[in-house]
Design a protein around this ligand. Structure first.
Ligand code: NAD
Ligand code: UD1
Length: 333
C-alpha cells in the first residue's frame, strides 16, 4: 500500500512526507520542482531514514499520471499539494493559476477515477472564507468572496470535490483548510523557501533578522485589533503535517465521505506580537516600520479547530516560540 503525494518536494508536502514515512507509509512523490528543489528529497530521506519513489513531472499531464498509477498498483490514496500559491502572482497570471491548480486537480481526479482510487486529501486554505462571517471561523461559516485568482482556485476545487462526491458517494475526500503555516522541521533540513522577496510575514521576518532585508513593513496599524495590526492563526508546519496523517486515518476508517476541517491553532497573534515573539525566541532584532495597509488584507482571521480535534483527534501542539525558533533555525543552516 502506498500514498501518492503531488507536490511532495514543497514546503508542506515535504514535512507531511516525513511524518508519513515515520509511521511506516510507503510514499510516491510527483513534483516538477517549479517551486522546490531536488535536494529536498535527499533531506526527506535523511530525516526519515527511508526511501521514496519519485517521479519528476507535471501533475497536470495525464500520461505522466497514468504511468505512475500503472507502475504503482499499490496506491490507495492521493494527497494533492501541487499547485501555485502566490496571491500576488495569481493576479498577474490568472490563466497559469487556473490551469495549474484547477486543471491539475481535474486531471488528477479523472485519472484516480480511471484507476478506481477514491481516497483524496486536498490542500485548501482559510482564504476560501473571504471576509470572515464571524471569528473564530468554523467549517460552517460561509465561503466565497475571494479577492484573487489563487483563492478562487481553492474555492472552485472545493466545489468540484463536493459535486464529485454528490455524483458518486464512494469517494472518500478530506478538504483541509490551512490557516498560516510557519516554522520548519526541527532538524533544520527542510523548510520554506520562497523565491525572491517573500510576501508572507514569517519568511520576511526571518530575512530581516538575518540581514538579507533591511526592515519589515507592517501593513497597517489601524485595524480594529488588539494593537491595530493584522491578526492571524499561525500554525507550525509539523503540526499541520500531522493533521494529514489524522485525515488519512479517518479516510481509512470510513468507507466513504466528504469531510472538511480547519487546521489551525485557534489562537490569533498580531503582527507586532509575532515580531516580539520572534525577537524573544531567537535573540535577533527585527527592525520595522509602519506602512499602509496591503490591498485585499483582512483585519482578523483565526480558526475554531474543534471539529478536527473532535473528529480526527488532532490538535496543534507546538508553541509560538517553536514556530519562531524553527523558522530561524532553518534559515541559518
Ligand atoms: P509549495 O509551493 O512549497 O509546494 C507545492 C509543490 O508543488 C512544489 O514543490 C512545486 O514544485 C509543486 N508543483 C507545483 N505545480 C506542479 C505541477 N504542475 N506538477 C508537479 N508539481 C507541481 O507550497 P506549499 O506551501 O507546500 O503548499 C502546498 C499546498 O498547500 C498548495 O496547494 C497551497 O496552495 C496550499 N496552501 C498553502 C498555504 C501556505 O501558506 N503555504 C496555505 C494554504 C494552502
Ligand atoms: C496570505 C494569503 C492567503 C493565504 C495565507 C496563508 C495574501 C493577501 N493572502 O494571507 O491567501 O491563504 O497567506 O499562507 O497574501 N504582513 C506584514 N508585512 C509583511 C507581510 C505580512 O505586515 O511583509 C502582515 C499582513 O498584513 C497580515 C499578516 O502579516 O496581517 C500575515 O500576512 P501573510 O503571512 O501574508 O498571511 P495572510 O495575510 O494571512
Amino acid at each position: 500500500m502506498s500514498i501518492l503525494v503531488t507536490g511532495g518536494a514543497g514546503y508542506i508536502g515535504s514535512h507531511t512526507v516525513v511524518e508519513l514515512l515515520n509511521i511506516g507509509e510507503e510514499i510516491i512523490i510527483i513534483d516538477n520542482f517549479s517551486n522546490s528543489k531536488p535536494s529536498t528529497l535527499e533531506s526527506i530521506k535523511e530525516i526519515a531514514k527511508k526511501e521514496i519513489r519519485f517521479y519528476e513531472g507535471d501533475y497536470t499531464n495525464k500520461e505522466t499520471l497514468e504511468k505512475i498509477f500503472e507502475e504503482n498498483k499499490d496506491i490507495t490514496a492521493v494527497i494533492n499539494f501541487a499547485g501555485y500559491k502566490s496571491v500576488g502572482e495569481s493576479v498577474q497570471k490568472p490563466l497559469e493559476y487556473y490551469t495549474n491548480n484547477i486543471s491539475g486537480a481535474l486531471i488528477l481526479l479523472k485519472t484516480m477515477q480511471k484507476y478506481n482510487i477514491k481516497k483524496f486529501i486536498f490542500s485548501s486554505s482559510a482564504t476560501v472564507y473571504g471576509e470572515p462571517e464571524r471569528i473564530p471561523l468554523t467549517e460552517e461559516c460561509k465561503t466565497g468572496g475571494t479577492t484573487n485568482p489563487y483563492g478562487t482556485t481553492k474555492l472552485y476545487i472545493e466545489q468540484i470535490l463536493k459535486d464529485l462526491y454528490k455524483s458518486d458517494n464512494s469517494w472518500d475526500i478530506a478538504i483541509l483548510r490551512y490557516f498560516n503555516p510557519v516554522g520548519a522541521h526541527e532538524s533544520g533540513k527542510i523548510g520554506e523557501e520562497p523565491q525572491g522577496i517573500p510576501n508572507n510575514l514569517m519568511p520576511y521576518i526571518v530575512r530581516v533578522a538575518g540581514g538579507q532585508l533591511e526592515q519589515l513593513s507592517i501593513f497597517g496599524n489601524d485595524y480594529n485589533t488588539k494593537d491595530g495590526t493584522g491578526v492571524r492563526d499561525y500554525i507550525h508546519v509539523v503540526d499541520l503535517a500531522k493533521g494529514h496523517l489524522k485525515a488519512l486515518e479517518k479516510l481509512n476508517k470510513e468507507k466513504s465521505g466528504l469531510y472538511i476541517y480547519n487546521l489551525g491553532t485557534g489562537t490569533g497573534y498580531s503582527v507586532l506580537e509575532m515580531v516580539k515573539a520572534f525577537e524573544k525566541a531567537t535573540g535577533q532584532k527585527v527592525p520595522y516600520k509602519i506602512a499602509p495597509r496591503r490591498e485585499g488584507d483582512i483585519a482578523t482571521c483565526y480558526s475554531n479547530p474543534e471539529k478536527a480535534q473532535r473528529e480526527l483527534n488532532w490538535k496543534a501542539e507546538k508553541t509560538l516560540e517553536e514556530m519562531c525558533k524553527d523558522s530561524w533555525n532553518y534559515w541559518k543552516f
